[in-house]
Design a protein. Sequence first.
Length: 291
Amino acid sequence: MNRFSTYGWEKEGLPMTKITMATMYEIMVILYAIGIVFYFIDYLYKYVKARRIAFWFVCIAWTWQTIFFVLFIIESKRFPILSLFEGIYFYAWLLTTLSIVLHCIARVDMPVFFVNVLSFVFVTIHLFAPAEKVQPMVIDSLVSEMLVIHISFAIMSYAAFSLSFVFSILYLILYRILKQKKISALWSRLPSLQQMSSWMSNSMLVGVPLLFISLILGLEWALMTLDGLSVFDIKIVGSFIITIVYLIILLLHRSGKLIGTNYAWIQIYVFLLTVVNFFLGNKLSNFHLWY
C-alpha cells in the first residue's frame, strides 16, 4: 500500500486539516522546483527578471517551510530533530536559508543555484521518505537542552560543510575552464577562484567549531544519561575523526601547504566521508539509536 507522508502528517486515516497540510507541503515543493527552473533560465540566458522570479519563488517556499517547522514545534511541543526524518527537514531548511542569504548578501548567482538544487534534493527526500514516529518514551528520555543543542549544532555544521562542498566543486569547474581557456557566458558569472577559496575556508571555519561543540555536548549528555556507553562507538569515533581532519585541512591551508585544486578536492572527499559517517554511522551505532 502506498503512503504519502509529510513532516509527521500522514494522509491515511487523518482529519481533513492534516490532509490539507500534506497537500500544502506538496505545493511548496512544486513552488521550490519552479524557482530552481527560473534560476536555471537566468543562468542560461542572463535573464534578470527570471532571477528575481526565482528568488521570490524560493522565498515563498522557504516561508512555507518555516511555517511547517513552527507548526510542528507547536503541535509536538519540542524542537523537531529527534529522528532522521526530522533532521533531513531541518537540514533542507538551513540550506534554503543559506541560499537566500547568499543571494541577498554575497550576490553569487551560480553558487545560489547549486545550493538550492542540493536543498531541493533533500526536500524531496523528506517528501517521499516514510515518516518516523518518535515514541513518547523516547522523547521523555532524550529531550534536554544539551541534547537539542548537540543535534542542532551538528546539523548546522553539516550545512556549513555542504556550502564548502558546493564552492569546492565550482572552484574545480572554474579552474578547468580557465586552464582550457574555454570561458563561456554560462560560467562567467562564477566568483573568482580567490573568492571561492575564501568561501570554502569561511564555511569550514563555521562548521568545525559547531561540530566540535556538538560532539562535546553530545558526549557529556550521553555519559551522564546512558548506561554502558562506549566512547569507541563507531559514530562517536567517526565524527571526531572528521572534525580533526577538517581542522588539519584548515591549518594546512593557513600555512600555505594546501592550496588550489588540492584544497578543493580534499574538501569534496571529506564531505563525502561525512555523509557516509552520518548515514552508515547511525545504522551501526549503538549510541544513536534514535537518529
